[in-house]
Design a protein around this ligand. Sequence first.
Ligand SMILES: Nc1ncnc2c1ncn2[C@@H]1O[C@H](COP(=O)(O)OP(=O)(O)OP(=O)(O)O)[C@@H](O)[C@H]1O
Ligand SMILES: [Mg+2]
Length: 212
Amino acid sequence: MRSILVVNPKGGCGKTTLATNLASYYAVWGVKTALVDFDPQESTLEWLKARPEAYEEIEGYSGLSGTIPLPEDTARVIYDAPARSVIDKVVELMRLTEVVLIPVLPSPIDIRAAAHFVGDLMVRGRLRQSKKLVGVVANRVRENTLIYHELERFLSSLEVPFVTTLRDTQNYVRAAERGVGIFELAPSAVEQDLEQWRPLINWLEGKRVHTR
Ligand SMILES: Nc1ncnc2c1ncn2[C@@H]1O[C@H](COP(=O)(O)OP(=O)(O)OP(=O)(O)O)[C@@H](O)[C@H]1O
Ligand SMILES: [Mg+2]
C-alpha cells in the first residue's frame, strides 16, 4: 500500500483538491483507493458524499476518530491534512506515509508561509535523513504573471522537488461540486490539466500505473 499525505498549514492552497483528484485518478484506473480526512470540516468526505454511484468507489474515513479501519486490499491511501496544523501534528501525520505532497499558491503570503513550513519540515521532520518522497506543487497558477515566476523561483530553490504546476481553472471547481476529479470529466475539456498532472503521477508512480 502506498500512502500520500497532502499537507500545508496555509488554508485554501489546494490540499483537498489535490487529494480528491489524486483519488479520482487512481479510481479511474481501478486502483483500490482510500481517502482519509484529518480536517474537522471533512471536505473530502463531503466530496465523497456528492460522488455519483455509477463512478468507481473510493473509500472515505475520518482520521479524527482514532484507528482507521482500512481494508487490507487498499492499494493507495491519501491523507488530507487540515489548515493550521502545527508542525508537531504534521510530523506525526508524516509517520503514516511514504509520500508528502505540498501545494503552494502564487501569493506573497503563501510563499512566505511555505518557506517557513518547508524549513520546519527539514528540521523537525528530519527530511534529509528520511527516505520520504517529499514534493511541492504550484497550484492555481496563471502563467505569465510576475507572481507565478516568483513562485516558480521559490519552489525551484527548495531542497525538495518541484513536481508540477497546476493552472487555475474552473475544471477543479466543477469536478469538486460533482464529487469527481478532472480525470472523470470529458477529456477534451481537461486536456491541459491532464498534461499538468502527468509529471506528478510519474513522480508518484514511476511506470507502475498508467497515465493517459
Ligand atoms: N487549480 C485550481 N483552480 C481553480 N480552483 C482551485 C484550484 N485548486 C483549488 N481550487 C479552489 O480553491 C478553493 C480551496 O481549495 P482546497 O479546498 O482544495 O484547499 P485546501 O488547502 O484543502 O483548503 P483548507 O486549508 O481549507 O482545507 C476551493 O474552492 C477549490 O475548488
Ligand atoms: Mg481542505
